[in-house]
Design a protein around this ligand. Structure first.
Ligand code: ATP
Length: 245
């Protein structure tokens, strides 16, 4: 993070209400994230975490409230506008295209940008440099990758769009503890060295709070706590009540 960007607000969600048909999944939610910070969004199943990410990436239209990305009001914009505005969304479930090779999957990540073939080659080289295991498997079908490698691939693909705000939905879901720790380390590097603002939805609350700057706890669509991640991790009552650890 350079001094000129340090502390600047990258994302602001203000009084956001959103849902599906008769369901209100988010009710008056406000969160804000500084440039190159990690915000952990936590809460039980059905708390509204995924809907929050879907609203920020334009997949769910807000009924009320505002979304600003780097001081630009993006409320109600379509997903492709959000992507152009610097938001990348990695949904839960490791959405690699199994029938394509690792490299073909990565190339999809550059389709939203206008690039020359030289730029594409440079970007791919950077991705392989950052995610070494992918370089060794570039011509292999994505179907042959392990869970951790698939997670790496979807994150690498999202990064090829050069996002400023990265939304990660349960990146450690289904991974072995050791691989989970590697994914968390990668998230830390993306924010620290990459200068990317990360909104991290996790069921693994303990692991997420260990790497996050800020924690936000949702319950039934409402924010019940927003605090420094270390303080949240030490709040025994809150942990027992909402986070299950
Ligand atoms: P989980 O950890 O189970 O994914 P979550 O915190 O991400 O939970 P959401 O998936 O955002 O929660 O769901 C919030 C609420 O919206 C829940 O009541 C859920 O049943 C409802 N919901 C989610 N998706 C839809 C949908 N497509 N149609 C109708 N209701 C939905």
């Amino acid at each position: 993070m350079s001094d000129s960007t340090a502390g600047r607000e990258a994302l602001a969600v203000e009084n956001l209400t959103a849902g599906y048909g008769g369901v209100t999944a988010l009710d008056d939610v406000t969160i804000s994230a500084g440039t190159a910070t990690i915000t952990a969004v936590l809460g039980a199943n059905g708390a509204g975490k995924t809907t929050l990410l879907r609203a920020i990436s334009g997949l769910v239209k807000p009924r009320r409230g505002r979304i600003r990305i780097h001081d630009t009001d993006m409320t109600g914009h379509a997903p492709e506008d959000m992507a152009r505005g610097g938001v990348a969304h990695v949904p839960e479930g490791q959405g690699v295209i199994a029938e394509l090779t690792v490299e073909e999957n990565l190339r999809i990540g550059m389709m939203s940008r206008r690039t020359t073939s030289r730029e594409r080659a440079t970007s791919l080289a950077e991705a392989y440099e950052r995610f070494r295991p992918l370089a060794d498997r570039r011509r292999k079908l994505a179907a042959t990758l392990s869970g951790g490698e698939r997670q790496m691939l979807v994150i690498a693909r999202a990064l090829l769009g050069r996002p400023r705000v990265l939304l990660l939905d349960e990146p450690s879901l289904g991974l072995a503890p050791r691989v989970m720790a590697q994914v968390m380390d990668m998230v830390v590097r993306l924010s620290g060295e990459g200068g990317i603002t990360i909104i991290l939805v996790e069921q693994n609350a303990r692991g997420a709070l260990a790497i996050a700057d800020t924690g936000v706890v949702l319950n039934l669509g409402r924010v019940v706590a927003t605090a420094d991640a270390k303080d949240l991790a030490q709040d025994v009552a809150l942990r027992h009540h909402y986070l299950g650890f």
